[in-house]
Each structure stands twice: as structure tokens, then as C-alpha cells.
Design a protein around this ligand. Sequence first.
Ligand SMILES: [Zn+2]
Length: 292
Amino acid sequence: MKCCWLCDVVITPENNSKEHIIPQAIGGRKTVSGFICKRCNNKTGAKWDSSLLKFLEFITVFVNPSRTDGKRTPAVNATGDDGLEYLVHPRSIENPLVPVMKHPHVVEKSIGEDRGIIEVTSGSEAETRAILEKMKKRKYPDIDVDEEMANATRTKSYPRLTHNIEFNRNCRKSIVKTALALACSNGVRREDCQYAIDYLQRPNSADYEIVFFGGKQIIPTPKDWHSIFTMQVENRLVSQVSYYNGFHFLIILSQDYVGEFVAMSYAVDPVSGMEIDRGNWLEVFGIDDDDL
Ligand SMILES: [Zn+2]
């Protein structure tokens, strides 16, 4: 009898779910079934995974992962140092990742009885022209749109963007869930991961450490892959989860692991969606794959 790793309900064909080990929205492909129930899948996707995606959203528009569900990476909101709101659309061949002004900026100033100045700032020539044409039609019939456009200032400088990111408890829980999902798909038993499951089941649990380390990984992977490496270290079951090869987390799944020696890995290229064989990664620890 299999139980959901998060809520203890018995997994049946009706409530079984296919959980993406790494969230699909950042290019994860591999799924695991018999891990969590449908209800937990929906709940944790909306709460935990969405917080993680928010944390990673700026690098996600930069990498622009491919997805199997046909959805596109959403544009990211940011504030420019000019005080205006911008949108950054996912990078593609047609879109070289430049911020687009979210709302054009229009200022009308009076400089005399029936004289005035209109300042229009927008993200494109077409948008400025459309604004001027609308104003001409509605309010200022004397505007010579062609002449104004010919005299307009064009700049290719972009504002410095401010974007707030928050790494919160929901992000942590999503990452722990990912490490557990890989363990489950490799046959590790639920009862051997109770330490991490306890953390996920307690709503306000704070006494669980996820080590977030920046630049250097223990087990290196090239390019902007996502990767998970899990192995037994003495009586612990430890995972390294890396997103975009830039955000690395060390997670403990078990503090009193007594099963057989385990070592597992999963690495995926978020752009092509290809699963990548990391080769003999255990050599980092002086362990030869062939000895297992
Ligand atoms: Zn459940």
C-alpha cells in the first residue's frame, strides 16, 4: 500500500498524480507517479512551486525554457530607475531581452493661453505615433504627427531595473519536495525520508536547514542545467538541488538512513528539455560507479 508522501492518504488510481520532479514551468520534464496525491499536487503547485517560480522568474525570462504543455514563459514586471513600470518578455531570436515600457508616459503642460507642450515617452515609434494620432483626433487637431515624429528624440538606453525577489519558506518547501520526488522515483522508501517529510507537513516548521550556496557547487554541472544529486553520506541522505546551475541548495532528506547505499542523479537542459547523463559524478567523492 502506497501513501501520499505529504498527507498520508492512500494512493489509488483515482487520486494518483504525475508530479514533475522539477517544475515544468522552468523546463522540468521527468515525472513521478505514486509520490503524492492529486490534491497535494494541486495545492503544493499553487503555493510552493509558484513561490519558487517567482523567485526564479528573472533568470527564467532570460533562459526561456521550453515547455511540454505549450504555455509560454510569462513576462516579468520591474520598475526602472526612471520610476516607470517595465515588462521584460522572455528572450528569443526576435526578442533580445530588452525592457518594454508597460504604460506610455504622457505629460501635457500649458505654456500660455492656448499654447501647450505634450511630452510622450513610449517603448516604440509605433506606440508614440498612435498616441499622437489619438490626441490629434480628440483634442488637438493642429498636431502635425509626421513632423512631430521626425523631430522626436530616439534613445537606445534602457533604465536600470529594480526587481524584488523573495526566497521564502514556500520556495524552500518546493525544493525539498523536488529532492523527495527524485528519491521516490528511484525507489527510496517514504519512511526513510521522514526527516524532510516532517518539515513539509508542519505548516510553521522553522527548525529545518536548507543550505543555500551561491557560486560553487559540490558536484559541478555545466551550462544552465537544472540538476539533482542525492546520495547517502554516513547515516544521512543528502541532496544537492541546483536551478539554472546558479542557485544551489543542500538538503537533508534523512538523518538516520539505514537502507542500502543509494546514489542518484537527474539533470535536464531547460532549453532543449533533454535529460542529460551526468556521467560518473560520484568520482567527486572518490567513489567508482562500477563498484556499486
Ligand atoms: Zn496528499
